[in-house]
Structure formats: structure tokens, C-alpha cells
Design a protein around this ligand. Structure first.
Ligand code: SAM
Length: 375
């Protein structure tokens, strides 16, 4: 089957890398944050439970090009092989994300696709499938990107995969966990390397690093729609769960989070405890412009001056942070910010060379991931 993964625009290559290295799968980039990979039902389960840099796992049913009208949406959904994966005894909802200019809304697509699903089953089985918009067994996605419609069964469910389920303290500017995991991967952090996040906030980056090193599967904290919809056989789910549990390790890493405010440090500790990694990540109050921790790599998400701090303060902070990291001889920095010009300048002035700088659409924010090495 074709498995469709979605991620932030800009992280597609990171997903391809994760697929190849952690799952032995070779994916292919589609447009705007989509990657498709051939796999079996076990892979749908494995990718859902252990995937770190993508947001949704779906079973791709059809890709329709040249979709300009709602009639085109209807026809494509009506003829998709829905009956191969679920029966009309289940309830369903259609969801749609739309990119580009269209003379109709996502809601119009959802309504049209919903009617097509009902008519599909009526035509094939004589049974009327029930819609349940609040709490459906199955979500049929009809995502329109320009004139390309992706029809898929959503294995993930209402909450995208960045909602890991372990976060009990919500930092006001917490980093999306998917992006945190992508930064860790892009920086080529591995468990023997000392990791430092000097702007740690609620602790997302060190916690994600520990969970990665320990291969902790997400079913420890949350549920997924495929578990109840029956689009994947229950025995397959059980077997993959057992396999993944047998792979969980007790690895100890050295990861430190430093943060200016005590209440965030306390929150980060609570998050680490909830994730079950409090024994291997350390959080403390400190100042990113006076780094006093040794590290092989910094992976960090500094303030952008957009939500919390003022821009001028942020620019000065970047220079002081970069200078302090260089003084401490920290060889590598991986970071993400919407103020990338300032960060690049600050890093270069401190003696770092920029090795990577690529665009990531983080919500509505245009950010760049930067990897810099000293000397
Ligand atoms: C964008 S937030 C980081 C969020 C974090 N990645 C998370 O997921 O929760 C930036 C953090 O840097 C902290 N901060 C600002 N100035 C600092 C400084 N000089 N030293 C240490 N932390 C600082 C802020 O208090 C804030 O918690």
C-alpha cells in the first residue's frame, strides 16, 4: 500500500532520512510537506508509533490531478477504493486541508467528499454509512493542494503526531515536538554526544532526544485512530506493539536544558517526568549568554522576538549567546528561528561557519533551520 506522511513544508528531506535510517524504507517527496512510501499494514503501525519527524500517517487511496471544481472532488472520492479498508457499519468524517486559490472552502470540500463517501457505500453495498463529525471511527482526508487532490484514510486521528501526549506543562512558546526531533536529526546528534539546549523553556528538545535514544513508542502516552477504526487488523497492531516494546532501551544520555525562568525549569522537569526520562535529562536555571555547561552540540529554539521578547533584545541575545558558545568551545549549533539573518550574523561573528540553512514553514511563520560549526 501507499503510505502518505505529512510534515511541515521544508522538513520533507528530514522525513526521508528518518524513513531510510530508522525504518529501512525509501520514501519519495510529493509537494508541500508530503512524503509517500510503499509499505504494509505493519509499517502504518510502526510509523505511527515510532515516527518522530512527521505529523500524520495515512493510507493513500488516490491522487487526482486537475481538480478545479467540487464535482471533480465528488467524482474522485466516489471512485476511491474506500471499501477495501472499512465497511459502512463504522462512522466516518471527511476532513480537508486546502493550499492555493479555489472558488470554494475546505468546508465545501468536506461536505462534498462526505456525500461522495455516503453514495459510494450506498452504491456498493446498499447500506447508508453514518457520518459522525465529532468522534468518527474513520477519517477520510481529501486534501487539495493547487489542483491535486490527495484522498487518504487518516491513521493518526484528531491529534497530529506532534501531540505526543507526555506534555503536562505547556510553555507559552513551546516548540512543536516534530520540529524538535527534526533539529536533533539535522544536527546529527547521537546518544554519546553531550547535548545542550540553552533556551530550554518547557524542555522539549532534551526530552525528545532522550525518547529517541531510548526508542520509546508513542502508544505509551496516546492513542491513534487506526486502533479503533479497524483499518488495520488488531493482531498486526498487537504484534508491532510487542516488537517495539522489546526494542525500548534504558540508554542514559547527557542532555541539559538551561532556562532563564524557574517556572519553566520546573515545568520542563514535570514534562520529563511525565515522559519517563527525568533520570537522564537535567534542567537548570541559567543564562544562554553566559553558558557554563560543556557540550558537543547545542540544539536550540531561541526566542524569536515575535511572541515574547522584543526584537532588539533578541538580536543582542543572539550575539551574546553565539559568543558564549564559541568561548565555551562548543563545536556545533543547530537552531531554528524566524530571525535567521541575525542568527547567521551572530554565529559567523563568533567564529562559526554556516553548514546548512533551509526554510521551514512553522505554522504560519517562515523560519529557517541553521546548522553551524566552529572554525
Ligand atoms: C522559544 S522558547 C523555548 C521553548 C522550548 N523549546 C520549549 O519547547 O518549551 C525560548 C526560551 O528561552 C528563554 N530565555 C530567554 N532569554 C534567555 C536567556 N538569556 N537565557 C536562558 N533562557 C532564556 C525564555 O524564557 C524561553 O523559555
Amino acid at each position: 500500500m501507499d503510505i502518505l506522511l505529512t510534515t511541515m513544508v521544508g522538513l520533507e528531506d528530514v522525513v526521508l532520512n528518518e524513513l531510510e535510517n530508522d525504518f529501512g524504507l525509501r520514501g519519495e517527496k510529493l509537494r508541500n510537506g508530503r512524503v509517500v512510501v510503499k509499505g504494509d499494514p505493519e509499517d502504518v503501525v510502526r510509523l505511527s508509533y515510532s515516527g518522530r519527524t512527521f505529523e500524520r500517517v495515512m493510507v493513500l487511496l488516490a491522487v487526482e490531478e486537475g481538480v478545479e471544481k467540487l464535482d471533480d472532488v465528488y467524482r474522485a472520492v466516489f471512485s476511491a477504493p474506500l471499501g477495501e479498508y472499512f465497511c459502512p457499519d463504522l462512522t466516518f468524517a471527511c476532513r480537508s486541508d486546502r493550499m492555493g486559490e479555489h472558488p470554494f472552502t475546505s468546508l465545501d470540500i468536506e461536505r462534498t467528499a462526505g456525500q461522495a463517501v455516503v453514495d459510494h457505500f450506498m452504491n456498493a453495498t446498499g447500506k447508508r454509512i453514518k457520518a459522525n463529525l465529532e468522534d468518527p471511527d474513520v477519517i477520510v482526508r481529501a486534501d487539495l493542494d493547487g489542483d491535486v487532490l490527495y484522498i487518504a484514510l487518516d491513521a493518526t486521528g484528531y491529534n497530529a503526531m506532534h501531540k505526543r501526549g507526555y506534555r503536562v506543562y505547556d510553555h507559552p512558546a513551546s516548540l512543536n515536538t516534530t520540529l524538535a526531533s527534526a533539529l536533533i536529526r539535522v544536527g546529527k546528534w547521537s546518544e554519546e554526544k553531550k547535548l545542550l539546549d540553552p533556551f530550554a523553556g518547557g524542555g522539549t528538545i532534551p526530552i525528545e532526544a532522550a525518547l529517541y535514544a531510548r526508542k520509546v513508542p508513542w502508544f505509551r502516552y496516546r492513542s491513534f485512530l487506526f486502533e479503533r477504526s479497524g483499518i488495520i487488523d488488531a493482531e498486526v497492531v498487537r504484534n508491532v506493539k510487542e516488537e517495539l516494546l522489546s526494542e525500548v532501551r534504558d540508554t542514559r544520555i547527557r542532555a541539559t536544558g538551561v532556562e532563564k525562568y524557574g517556572k519553566h525549569v520546573a515545568g520542563a522537569r514535570k514534562n520529563a517526568e511525565s515522559a519517563g526520562v527525568e533520570d537522564t535529562v537535567t534542567f537548570k536555571v541559567g543564562d544562554a549568554s553566559k553558558i557554563d555547561v560543556d557540550a558537543d552540540i547545542i540544539v536550540t529554539n531561541p526566542p524569536y522576538g515575535q511572541r515574547i521578547a522584543r526584537p532588539k533584545v533578541v538580536s543582542e541575545l543572539y550575539y551574546k549567546f553565539a559568543e558564549s558558545a564559541a568561548e565555551r568551545n562548543i563545536p556545533k549549533i543547530t537552531t531554528v528561528t524566524s530571525r535567521w539573518k541575525w542568527m547567521e550574523d551572530a554565529l559567523q561573528q563568533a567564529g562559526y561557519k554556516i553548514k546548512k540553512n533551509f526554510f521551514v514553514l512553522y505554522g504560519k511563520l517562515h523560519t529557517r533551520v541553521i546548522v553551524a560549526v566552529l572554525g
